[in-house]
Design a protein around this ligand. Sequence first.
Ligand SMILES: Cc1cc2nc3c(=O)[nH]c(=O)nc-3n(C[C@H](O)[C@H](O)[C@H](O)COP(=O)(O)O)c2cc1C
Length: 168
Amino acid sequence: MKILILFASSRNNGNTRKALDAVINGHRPEIIDLAKKNITPYDYHNRNRDDDFRKIAEKMAESDIIVFATPVYWYTMSAQLKTFFDRFTDLISIRKDLGRRLKGKTCYVISTGSDSELPPGFESPIAATCGYMDMVYKGAFYCPIGKDGTFAPDGKEKAKEFAEKLFN
Ligand SMILES: Cc1cc2nc3c(=O)[nH]c(=O)nc-3n(C[C@H](O)[C@H](O)[C@H](O)COP(=O)(O)O)c2cc1C
């Protein structure tokens, strides 16, 4: 199975990266840091058609499993991930051919936050967007992380359980 991780935090060595590393644990999936890419907000005139979005969408089309890794920022996904999701509009307009190739892909979320649970409705836009693109959303691994960077007591165990879905 080819696994693609789309990492979408405002820092590349913070809590979300730690949670991701706990899941990966020696495996070597491809990881793309969306914050390092040139992905601009959706443009009705598609003047950004040649930025990095298309190349990453191509990578999604070549993968079996796509994992969106995002912190909770203000009760929702990071701006990097939302900007990326908005660009799926390109895939149902100027790049329908590429959009169709996402059909059947399995998607997951890895997320971290300071609260003990994901905010209500956090997964709804992700699940609905995956559904719209004919991808299959299979749920989130959420790891609460304290201010000092410590995982919730069962965080490591849950990361292992989640990893089995990806790598087995
Ligand atoms: C801008 C901002 C907004 C945040 N909003 C929330 C929130 O709504 N709920 C929550 O549980 N944690 C919130 N947090 C805490 C982060 O989700 C948490 O520290 C997360 O693990 C940070 O991951 P990172 O190091 O990859 O950025 C927020 C942090 C920031 C910086």
